[in-house]
Design a protein around this ligand. Structure first.
Ligand SMILES: C[S@@+](CC[C@H](N)C(=O)[O-])C[C@H]1O[C@@H](n2cnc3c(N)ncnc32)[C@H](O)[C@@H]1O
Length: 247
């Protein structure tokens, strides 16, 4: 079908436009319509063509955003639905598939997720099996999140924590930290606030020293495993090469 629409679900990366994948940038430049959460669309403003229509809305506007994108795709337009970080992880890609009646019109373009951009700022804490956990109980019951925290301890995983703390949700992160310390001791940890954006802040510390007041919804926290160490202010989780190959 010649005039068939296409819906690209794009991960912007963490913030700095230089970290948006070239394929995502091309799609943004050539789209008929861009849909997205306002701050994420603002990040890619320099890539948006003057002729391109833009639809933005705010938090909790996810369903509307996806509906607008799907409706315009069904009318034959090239639509870019813009997400922060990666388009799948705690993001819009799955909702698009759930609501779409034409799955073949969808293409997902991945982006650098904040666990990886933060890992690069903190050193090399993510170098082996890891878990990504969200502390948000908005869509996942807290009882299940608690079980997942226990599973991180059982596997001695490095753990990246998304949605760590909001103004109203202040108890979940201290709960997880307490559980990690009880099971595995005072592990190295670090956080990056506004990673690859203006006002970026980086901190490497340990669980006992973690200042919860510094952490908000623009922060990703990375907790090391029992093998992780701090070297000159950087977190390092050894992959195992030196242990295996040194004589
Ligand atoms: C709803 S999730 C979206 C994750 C996004 N899809 C990704 O792949 O990074 C929002 C959470 O991601 C983390 N986050 C996203 N971008 C970030 C950034 N630039 N700096 C620090 N944390 C970020 C924060 O923990 C925030 O609360």
């Amino acid at each position: 079908m010649e005039n068939r629409g296409k819906l690209y679900v794009i991960g912007n990366g963490p913030g700095d436009i230089s970290l948006t994948a070239p394929k995502a940038a091309d799609v943004i430049k050539n789209a008929d319509l861009i849909c997205g959460y306002k701050p994420y669309v603002e990040q890619i403003t320099p890539l948006i063509n003057a002729r391109t229509e833009v639809f933005t809305n705010g938090m909790t506007g996810e369903m509307e955003r996806v509906q607008v994108a799907l409706e315009h795709c069904a009318k034959g337009l090239k639509v870019a639905l813009v997400c922060g970080g990666d388009a799948s992880l705690y993001s819009m890609a799955s909702l698009v598939f759930e609501l779409s009646e034409d799955v073949d019109a969808i293409e997902i373009i991945p982006g650098i997720t904040s666990a990886l951009s933060a890992s690069a700022k903190l050193g090399a804490p993510v170098s082996d099996d890891m878990v990504i956990l969200s502390m948000s109980d908005l869509l996942t019951p807290w009882e299940l999140i608690r079980k997942r925290i226990d599973a991180v301890n059982i596997g001695d995983f490095v753990c990246a924590i998304y949605n760590p703390r909001s103004r109203k949700r202040t108890t979940q992160l201290p709960y997880a930290v307490e559980k990690f310390m009880t099971a595995r001791g005072d592990l190295p940890c670090g956080w990056v606030k506004n990673c690859d954006r203006e006002d970026e802040q980086i901190c490497v510390t340990t669980l006992r020293q973690l200042d919860f007041e510094q952490i908000d919804m623009s922060t990703v926290v990375i907790v090391g495993s029992t093998k992780t160490f701090i070297k000159s202010g950087k977190m390092v989780s050894p992959r195992g090469y030196t242990e295996k190959y040194s004589t």
